[in-house]
Design a protein around this ligand. Structure first.
Ligand code: SF4
Length: 376
């Protein structure tokens, strides 16, 4: 399959030293947050119904017509400082036609412009869908929260309207593992994300080992915050989350890049345990902590309605519409929004631009971060 990767990107390699999705490098370059990243929701269809799905309420069984590709490309073209795109769903590859008519052209556009690309997939479908993306794609992002097929079956179909037979889940699980191995072996950058939640927090080292064994190039770890399907699931305490991160750092393969995102620990905390974990994360080889792009340098565009959101899973109503508005204008509008300033702190020495809306709402309702400063 190596010929699928014949088109080699003449760009910087995505690495712990270069993560173009992190909002801070652009913030430093421009002296303010700029729109450098656009996320495109290309489908609301998915063959799974994961318990923690951040967009679970939006998933449907059928869907209408997308806005024309030419309009989407025009809107992307107008984004002056565009550096990354992310393609999301549902399962973006659910229909082969979406792959052919939207995803591949979007990825080709990105590659030609030097914009880096990511797709969020469950990798459970026929490998040909993913091979079609391989020549143009920078990061294949998957969710991986399982030690075995039982975990997968328990988590991945719990919200299905009709009971999914176990045998079907086994087939999908095996295909996901095989696809991940095969695509990784052929050179695709597969980044597997695990959530820290009530099911996974004491299994993360085992999950990490499977991700490593499958040949993934990065293990992303994010705490689960209550949104959509996850809104009624138990939330871990900050202490449980801290312990889970420490255990993972103790048991991981230090050669594999680990990216922690949306962590609820900040360098302005007076708690010794927060200062310890931040100091530890900074000193670990091949570990990075990414600030959340949502609302900092990224907007989400729904390709069915054209609606533009601050994230694909927030309750904030649309800020504009791609059929009528330039995306840079919508981003400027977001920066005037009262919620923007509530998550707008920045401590350069700590490489931190504060909690996102969900983190602030989950753990720090009474904290005014605009009055705090990093102390470690
Ligand atoms: S940027 Fe905000 S959250 Fe981060 S250390 Fe500074 S004050 Fe705290």
């Amino acid at each position: 399959m190596s010929e699928l990767f014949a088109i080699q990107p003449p760009f910087l390699e995505i690495s712990p030293q270069y993560d173009p999705w992190d909002p801070l490098p652009a913030f430093r370059r421009y002296g303010q947050h700029r729109l450098t990243s656009v996320e495109l929701t290309v489908t609301n269809l998915c063959n799974m119904r994961c318990e923690h799905c951040a967009v679970g309420e939006s998933l449907t069984l059928s869907e209408g017509i997308r806005i024309p590709l030419a309009d989407v490309l025009r809107r992307l073209d107008e984004v002056e400082h565009l550096e990354t795109i992310s393609i999301t769903g549902g399962e973006p590859s659910f229909h082969e036609q979406t792959v052919r008519d939207y995803i591949v052209p979007l990825l080709k556009y990105a590659r030609e412009r030097g914009v880096r690309s990511q797709i969020n997939s469950n990798l459970t479908l026929d490998i040909s869908r993913y091979e079609a993306l391989a020549p143009y794609l920078d990061v294949m992002h998957i969710s991986f929260n399982y030690l075995n097929v039982d975990d997968f079956y328990e988590v991945g179909f719990v919200r299905s309207e009709r009971r999914t037979p176990r045998a079907s889940a086994v087939k999908l699980y095996e295909r996901m593992i095989d696809n991940t191995r095969e695509l990784s072996r052929a050179g695709m950058f597969v980044s597997a994300e695990s959530m820290i939640n009530y099911r996974t927090h004491d299994k993360l080292v085992g999950i990490h080992r499977l991700i490593d064994e499958m040949g993934c190039r990065r293990h992303e770890v994010h705490p689960m915050y209550p949104s959509a399907f996850a809104s009624n699931l138990p939330v871990l305490s900050l202490d449980q989350t801290r312990q889970a991160v420490h255990r993972l750092l103790d048991g991981r393969n230090p050669e594999l890049w680990m990216l922690f995102g949306t962590l609820p620990f900040y360098a302005c905390s007076f708690l010794e345990e927060d200062q310890q974990i931040i100091t530890r994360l900074r000193g670990e080889p091949n570990v990075t902590v990414r600030n959340d792009p949502d609302g900092r340098n990224r907007l989400n565009v729904n390709l069915f309605t054209g609606d533009v959101y601050v994230t694909d899973f927030s309750d904030v109503p649309p800020l504009g519409n791609a059929l009528t508005d330039r995306l840079d204008e919508v981003f400027a509008r977001w920066k005037e929004h009262p919620l923007y300033s509530s998550v707008g702190c920045y401590c350069p020495g700590a490489n931190c631009c504060g909690p996102n809306l969900l983190v602030a709402d989950t753990y720090y309702k009474d904290v005014d971060f605009s009055t705090r400063r990093a102390i470690v």
